[in-house]
Design a protein around this ligand. Sequence first.
Ligand code: PAF
Length: 283
Amino acid sequence: MELITSVEQMQRRCLDERQAGNTISFVPTMGFLHQGHLSLLEEGRERGDLLVLSIFVNPAQFGVGEDFEEYPRDLQQDSRLAEQCGVDILFAPEVKQMYPAGYACYVDVERITEPLCGASRPGHFRGVSTVVNKLFNIVQPHVALFGCKDFQQLAVIRQMVSDLNMPVEIIGMPIVREPDGLAMSSRNVYLTPEQRLQALTLSAVLTQSRDRVRAGERDAKTLLAAARKQIDALPDARLDYLQICHQHSLEEVANVDEDSVMLLAVFVGDTRLIDNSYLLDVS
Ligand code: PAF
């Protein structure tokens, strides 16, 4: 596996690969890899001749007072895991490579960035769409893979790719969970054992909401009230948002159908966790 830290070198290398007729699969991450990332790499391996992983903790997507400084980093361990997954190139630029002095250009996706995480984290998606656009320009992938845990992020990236005519196929991969249901996240390391136990309620709430829908409940208000009650009962949790939205528009819905997704963000202690689930199985 090759480690590249220079933007110029990475861009040149990928251009050469494309000119040689090779297909580039790309998994952009902020590192501290877990099984969720590895599932993206495994799928990426199948979809391209060259598998590129980027690790870049992107300051532009963190707000003031958020965890940019503390965000967990372990490039050595990540390199080992990446190599085991068959990554060909690990791209790990420094912040000043990506945002040199005088940097002034940002990508703003409108509307679907407004609710949910966009409402609680102003500027977050502007930072995400900007860095993903930059990474796409550098890596020039044919295919890029993202996890569905960041449901709104995936929708924002799809919108950007479609609106800006980017020649990249976007693949959304299913959420990978711990055996007890907790959605895998690099931020799970922040949780104390007691908080981790409380965090299990997030996935439990989604499962129980799905069960209620399966039993015939379709009223979003009723489902949300039951779910909210469970989260409010947790001593160390504070609900950021809990909504049932249309999968594409991310607008709230009154009645559940195949397009409905329950999305939630909860602070457990100081750690903000997100999770989501479709409520009605299409099959
Ligand atoms: O999901 C992430 O890890 C990040 O938001 C991403 C897409 C790599 C952009 O920094």
